[in-house]
Ligand binder design. Structure first.
Ligand SMILES: [Fe+2]
Ligand SMILES: [Fe+2]
Length: 272
């Protein structure tokens, strides 16, 4: 396949963003890019709508893998061996985790960029920036994991947005500008029905005064890969400075209720 180098680098946020990525992140990003290009070429060539798998077809794949789909990104490399991670600095900050554990973080940076461009509140922009970061640790129920990870450090509304975007993703709200994403037909199955806790959470949220907090996280949740997006964490430094209570000892060293989660991210190779 011909690789459009400029478009690929632009898709990662430009040369500055690429320089922050380690070699594993670069290799992963290149593979994702090539897969996307292939998918696009295939869809155009066939000129037909994509056929989505059923829940049963996806379940049949479980025993064909040596990992589970819910495992966090720092624990599993679905395309080969994992690599040695660069150690975290002594008193790690949120920005250090973005660089060394969440990278390339393109999806959350694109979501937060969209929230900022469309003039949303700082709590929403922060929620968008952090909404999927916990997927480094755990993908299953990542809204709840993410809210727990960040709760000691961020405004309550941002935590609320992160926790509950997970449920609202499954329910369209065209008035708010959110449609059910094709991606979910692909990864959950075309006949997927959310489990009871998600359905109950959705019902609770519909009548909640903060409904729009998680809803706006879903509105900014971009499922399409934008090859022209230039993203960086730099535009969010002021918002992080104002709303993220960075502990002086460093994340993981402050005895907060989620310190162990940060330590696990910092050191996912610990055998016990
Ligand atoms: Fe998410
Ligand atoms: Fe997302």
């Amino acid at each position: 396949m011909d690789i459009d180098r400029r478009a690929f680098i632009a898709s990662l946020g430009g040369t500055a963003a690429v320089s922050l990525m380690d070699s594993e992140a670069k290799a992963d990003a290149l593979e994702h890019w090539m897969e996307d290009q292939l998918d696009q070429q295939g869809a155009t060539a066939q000129g037909t709508a994509e056929k989505f798998p059923t829940v049963a077809e996806l379940e049949a794949q479980i025993e064909t893998r040596n990992y589970r789909r819910g495992a966090g990104n720092v624990f599993v490399n679905t395309r080969g061996n994992v690599r040695k991670l660069e150690p975290m600095p002594k008193n790690p900050t949120l920005k250090d985790f973005f660089r060394l554990r969440f990278a390339p973080a393109n999806h959350v940076l694109q979501s937060a960029t969209r929230a900022m461009k469309t003039g949303m509140s700082e709590e929403i922009i922060l929620a968008c920036l952090l909404h999927d970061c916990a997927q480094a640790l755990m993908k299953a129920d990542h809204g709840w994991w993410g809210a727990q990870l960040f709760e000691p450090y961020i405004p309550e509304k941002s935590t609320f947005g992160i926790r509950y975007h997970q449920a609202l993703r499954f329910y369209a709200d065209s008035d708010a500008g959110y449609e059910y994403p094709d991606l979910y037909y692909r990864i959950f199955g075309q006949d997927y029905v959310p489990p009871p806790h998600i359905e109950a959470t959705y019902k609770m949220l519909r009548n909640h005064k903060w409904y729009m907090e998680p809803r706006l996280v879903t509105v900014n949740d971009l499922y399409a890969f934008d090859p022209n997006a230039k993203v960086s964490i730099d535009p969010f430094e002021d918002i992080i400075g104002r709303h993220f209570k960075q502990p002086k000892e460093g994340l993981g060293n402050d005895n907060s209720p989620s310190a162990h989660m940060w330590r696990t991210l910092a050191n996912p190779d610990a055998p016990l």
